[in-house]
Design a protein around this ligand. Structure first.
Ligand code: IPD
Ligand code: CA
Ligand code: CA
Length: 259
């Protein structure tokens, strides 16, 4: 496990160095949809990460945002977002990260989220706690929703779909201290583990947005369900993570927003 942990951390750092080299330079941008973009940096970071995994663990599977799945049936599977917060990155807004998780037989056992602009490396091993740059993490102790700082995001089909989270946002915004839409879901989730946010929810995320962060939150003593309070897994259409104390209060708000 130590070898896997060191490998994942060093890989996230290498990808972070690459992202910082390209940050603020004019980079090539392609559009996957009206507002969903991918940059040359996403691809370069992904190539670096996939090549290293293939070289060191050729029998491991890989699920990564910008590439077809590799060895999908493998017992061990890496789940990767090579650049979470691409829109921020492309605009020179310094809030983005690399997210690397390792799953064993369908259960995430290792998660690393690295923010190269702040040199924040969040890391968790199942059963061994969550850490930020070596310091043990715990979720916040905020007991009340009206004193809470939350985070959320909106899906790329915000213009076309009514399932765009705007209704939840409108109702929740009046019940809390504040809500941030920082633009990198993996980092938002890591911030819940670190107690910087009291809770986070979003719709239509993908496994690579959530895998590493959710282990961090679990290991930091937080709670994860879907937004109606049902048990969560990575294939569900929405997620709610919190410090545990405000969890039921958040669910009550989503239920009221749903009518
Ligand atoms: C996106 C970011 C954003 C979230 C989107 C994600 P990307 O990931 O995490 O905060 O609102 O739903 O798709 O495209 O920057 O990797
Ligand atoms: Ca992402
Ligand atoms: Ca991404």
């Amino acid at each position: 496990m130590l070898q896997l942990k060191d490998f994942a951390v060093s890989l996230a750092h290498r990808a972070g160095v690459l992202l910082m080299e390209k940050f603020d330079q004019s980079i090539e941008i392609h559009y996957k949809g009206d507002i969903n973009l991918v940059t040359e940096a996403d691809k370069m970071s992904e190539n670096l990460i996939i090549a290293a995994i293939r070289q060191n663990f050729p029998d491991h599977g890989i699920l990564s945002e910008e590439s077809p799945a590799i060895l999908a049936e493998s017992k061990m599977r890496w789940i990767i977002d090579p650049l979470d917060g691409t829109t921020n990155y492309a605009h020179g807004y310094p809030f983005f990260c690399v997210s690397i998780a390792l799953e064993k037989e369908g259960r995430v056992i290792l998660g690393v989220i690295h923010d190269p602009t702040r040199r924040d490396t969040f890391m968790a091993v199942r059963g061994e706690g969550a850490y930020l740059n070596g310091k043990r993490l715990a979720v916040s102790k905020t007991p009340d929703l009206n004193r809470s700082l939350l985070a959320t995001g909106f899906p790329y089909d915000i213009r076309e779909s009514n399932e765009n989270n705007l209704d939840n946002f409108t109702v929740m915004a009046k019940q809390v201290q504040a809500i941030r839409r920082a633009g990198a879901a993996a980092l938002d989730i890591a911030y819940v583990a670190a107690g910087r946010f009291d809770g986070f929810w979003e719709l239509k995320l993908q496994p690579w947005d959530m895998a590493a962060g959710c282990l961090l939150v679990e290991e930091a003593g937080g709670k994860i369900t879907d937004i109606m309070g049902s048990p969560w897994n990575m294939l569900l259409p929405n997620i709610l993570v919190s410090n545990g104390r405000i969890h039921e209060q958040m669910i009550a708000v989503f239920k009221s927003a749903a009518g």
